[in-house]
Design a protein around this ligand. Structure first.
Ligand code: FES
Ligand SMILES: [Fe+2]
Length: 395
């Protein structure tokens, strides 16, 4: 395997897109599952999805299924959805509320804290305490539940300590899921991420997004930045720009960034017309004409508008199939139809992601052609490039 990976890495030419084999090799894909996915912290869901003891939801990552459940003591826990008897999946419904977790195969029942409670017809010598559900590492960051399959990955909250105050004003722990949608694209996960990491394509491909967000033009982003930052300081937004995107590996850090970008005046949010979309989040005082972008780990991204948050998660389900999941969070007290209109709230990132889905698919189809050859990145694709370099080191 090592020789295969080294040979493949040697085909990469810095400053250029990756050779086709990176998007076509089953062997590489399996290696990526172990070297990237199962070592990363990945967004699993929001605390509001398990409001009471017994509430659970499943999160599926590659071939793994994880039960996120709130136990009777109100602690949130994560377990492998694998029975300790003969390995059956325990929960099959994506979410629900239960008193105990009962395996459908031979009815072993587990407490919500994972302990095995009852098992039928087992010998006297059977040690119940040895057959609890296997815990999966989990940490909550500002209401967002993250899991990792790695025992050695560093603590999420320790790695994010510096950036954590940037999230305070948004009160994300006091939000709820307004909508969640999965967009499946028939392309390798790297093409989906590469696309998300650059805004070179925004002006030609996303007219709706480009109407509000200055990021589509580096000149405009720079020109509008000072006034937006001045206003953000007055309104107590955290105006730091933090970037730990590429230097560190998964064994030392959780890569992340946070920064603020200006919206074109007079737009204030990611709604249909750029006007307010929902009640303000957390302790946000006023709109201020800015929006924050963040990344946590290699697969989770987010956009923090003053009145809602959009979380993006990229998950491969096969070599050339990727789920792009979007979650819209609003103030927990906001009522649909009264305080926000769901279509207005979700329209921008729905049309933007539909467009991305098409672009990414076109990209995969072109890369699958015998005529594809890696092409040079522009200056506006710096982030994509540093992300690829990080990826190559992690392999
Ligand atoms: S496999 Fe779960 S009870 Fe038998
Ligand atoms: Fe895009």
């Amino acid at each position: 395997m090592k020789k295969f990976i080294d040979d493949l890495k040697n085909t990469y030419r810095p400053g250029f897109s990756l050779p086709a084999e990176f998007y076509q090799s089953e062997q590489l894909y399996r290696h990526e599952l172990d070297s990237i996915f199962f070592r990363s912290w990945i967004y699993a869901g929001h605390v509001s999805e398990v409001p009471d003891g017994g509430c659970y939801f499943l999160t599926e990552i590659a071939n793994e299924s994880v039960i996120i459940v709130r136990d009777k003591q109100q602690d949130i826990r994560a377990f492998a959805n694998v029975c300790r008897h003969r390995g059956s999946r325990i929960c099959s419904k994506p979410k629900g509320r239960v008193k105990t977790l009962v395996c459908p195969y031979h009815a072993w029942a587990y407490e919500l804290d994972g302990k095995l409670r009852s098992r039928r017809e087992m010998p006297e010598s059977f040690e119940t305490s040895e057959y609890g559900l296997k815990p999966v590492r989990m940490e909550v960051f500002h209401g967002m539940i993250f899991i990792t399959f790695s025992e050695s990955a560093p603590s999420l909250n320790t790695c994010l300590a510096e950036v954590s105050p940037c999230f305070d004003i948004y009160g994300l722990a006091q939000t709820k899921v307004a909508k969640q949608e999965t967009f499946t694209v028939n392309a390798n996960w790297k093409l989906a991420l590469e696309n998300f990491m650059e805004c070179y394509h925004c002006a030609p491909a996303h007219v709706e997004y480009s109407k509000f967000h200055t990021l589509k033009s580096p000149k405009d982003a720079e020109a509008f930045h000072p006034a937006m930052i001045k206003r953000a300081i007055e309104l107590d937004y955290d105006t730091r720009s933090i970037d730990d995107q590429s230097e560190h590996g998964l064994s030392e850090s959780v890569q992340h960034f946070y920064n603020r970008k200006a919206l074109y005046d007079p737009f204030v949010s990611g709604s249909k017309d750029g006007g307010p979309a929902a009640p303000l989040l957390g302790s946000v005082k006023e709109y201020g004409g800015g929006v924050a972008d963040f990344q946590i780990g290699p697969l989770t991204y987010g956009i923090l508008y003053p009145d809602h948050a959009v979380i993006y998660r990229f998950l491969p389900t096969d070599l050339q199939v990727t789920d792009m999941e979007i979650v819209w969070l609003v103030n927990e007290n906001a009522e649909e139809d009264k305080d926000y209109d769901l279509d207005n709230l979700t329209w921008l990132w729905t049309v933007t992601t539909e467009a991305d889905k098409e672009i990414i698919l076109n990209n995969q189809q072109g890369v699958n052609s015998r005529y594809y050859e890696p092409g040079p990145f522009s200056k506006m694709e710096d982030y994509t490039q540093s992300c690829l370099e990080w990826y190559l080191r992690e392999l």
